[in-house]
Write a protein that binds this ligand. Structure first.
Ligand code: FAD
Ligand code: MLT
Ligand code: ZN
Length: 427
């Protein structure tokens, strides 16, 4: 950046001084990630309140050659939502407008800064459902969940974020804006290029708003059940018609959550794994399967992330395994040399594993060993949290060269000066 450029002054002039933060006491919440694993630094946190302001901020950064990192709720778990090398932090939280629900198209237009919790409440008031739900719902935003293609517990029945996006408005690195938000429910006028933004983790454009699909609940009575299981293969056999969610966690997770939340043991007996199942169907359980039915059981699953964070800074690895290798993977992780305390949980129907370790003497070595196991078993190094800065090396090593080259060409076309979240994917 040229020393003659008064970047902070220009940003203040554009969005107003109150919306440009440089005091470290105020910026700390934007430069430290949710887990506490990464703390970066920033030239300034900028909080535009309109699409036009986002455009002007991006143009100022482009002209100054100053990289920027888009941020929503800062609940991302791969270190991609914070500035690592003094980048400008572009907070989208003030883009929090929510238009009235359109019942005829079954959709709603939401600003990028609307939280999932607010969006869900808005839909619920009119008898509809926004399909994606995460325990981070009160902070995670529409923009952040699209940029990471977030998953969560209901992917098996309702799909991931990609399945909900009907249109997008995006500000590109040159400050131009493109929108598909006002499109009709079905058009075939060429490729929908803005779909490329889904899962792009702030590296290709800044999402400023989205048209999102809302589902009509089927009205069927559902039950929530906790089941003790000896293996994950036993859990996979439970999947059947009417399944809305099937989550698993291991003994270590249950013990830690009971301790942290002061909760009672929810089921008699002690098992290697527990399954939390929400279904409208009849489960085909063997009579001997220990199970308890209660809607409040979700707290045991939803408290895991916060509980683990309370034990220390975790190494969090979100991965996916082929179904027939999930138990073998769990055994292999536990047999690794000193990775610290291990917690295994995840979204069973996606083969998703959240491998968390706390207190590892060498988290980088543990990460290499665990991701190495994943790849050797035919798994994927990222299931729902994305690549961020945590897995850039593994992304390059494990993605086929044709896909990497295509990603490079798209990046080159949309952000030739690499000002958008430069440490993610390519850092
Ligand atoms: P941020 O963390 O702010 O950003 C995430 C990424 O998106 C960054 O790369 C950032 O640059 C980019 N970005 C953010 N906003 C924009 C924008 N407007 N335009 C362009 N790029 C943008 N994730 C799951 O998938 N499933 C879960 O079940 C799940 N549960 C969670 C539970 C807890 C308790 C926590 C803390 C996290 C959980 N997460 C989960 C991870 C996290 O909530 C998701 O990744 C979420 O999508 C991040 O949204 P955010 O608004 O916080 O984005
Ligand atoms: C979850 O499923 O609980 C989330 O993805 C968060 C986490 O991995 O801890
Ligand atoms: Zn998850």
């Amino acid at each position: 950046m040229s020393p003659a450029v008064d970047l902070v002054g220009d940003l203040r002039e554009t969005v107003g001084s109150a919306q440009v933060l440089t005091d470290p006491d105020l910026t700390i919440g934007y430069v430290r990630d949710w887990t506490g694993r990464w703390t970066g630094n920033t030239t300034a946190v900028v909080r535009p309140g309109s699409v036009e302001e986002v455009q002007r901020v991006v143009r100022i950064c482009q002209e100054a050659g100053a990289p920027l990192v888009p941020q929503g709720g800062n609940t991302g778990l791969v270190g991609g939502s914070i500035p690592h090398r003094g980048e400008v932090l572009l907070s989208l939280r003030r883009l929090d407008w929510l238009r009235p629900i359109e019942h005829d198209t079954g959709s709603v237009i939401a600003g990028a800064g609307v939280t999932l919790g607010t969006l869900q409440a808005h839909a619920r008031k009119e008898g509809l459902v926004y399909a994606v739900d995460l325990a981070s719902r009160d902070s995670a935003t529409v923009g952040g969940t699209i940029a990471t293609n977030a998953g969560g517990a209901f992917v098996v029945s309702r799909g991931d974020t990609r399945r909900q996006v009907r249109g997008l408005e995006v500000v590109f690195a040159d400050g131009s804006v493109v929108s598909t938000i006002e499109t009709l429910p079905k058009v075939s006028t060429g490729p929908d290029l803005l779909q490329t933004m889904i899962g792009s983790e702030g590296t290709l454009g800044v999402i400023t708003s989205a048209r999102l699909h809302l589902s009509i609940p089927n009205g069927a009575e559902h039950m929530v059940m906790l089941i003790g299981a000896d293996t994950l293969a036993d859990g996979l056999r439970v999947m059947g018609p009417g399944l809305r969610a099937i989550e698993f966690f291991d003994r270590a997770c249950l013990e830690a959550v009971m301790e942290h939340r002061g909760l009672v043991r929810p089921i008699q007996g002690d098992f290697p794994f527990y399954l939390l199942v929400e279904t409208t169907g009849n489960l085909d359980l063997e009579e001997s399967s220990p199970a308890v039915v209660d809607r409040s059981l979700w707290v045991y699953r939803e408290s895991i992330t916060e509980t683990i964070n309370g034990l220390g800074v975790p190494l969090k690895l979100d991965v996916a395994l082929p179904f027939d290798r999930m138990d073998e993977f769990a055994d292999a992780v536990r047999a690794l040399d000193a990775p610290g305390a291990i917690f295994l949980y995840g979204h069973l129907a996606e083969g998703n594993f959240h491998v968390n370790t706390v207190g590892s003497p060498d988290p980088d070595r543990a990460s290499e060993a665990i991701l190495g196991l994943v790849v050797s078993m035919g798994g994927a190094i990222a299931s729902e949290h994305g690549i961020g800065v945590a897995k850039t090396g593994w992304w390059r090593r494990t993605t086929d060269p044709g896909s990497i080259e295509l990603a490079r060409r798209v990046k080159e076309a949309l952000d030739p000066n690499r000002i958008l979240n430069p440490q993610v994917f390519w850092g």
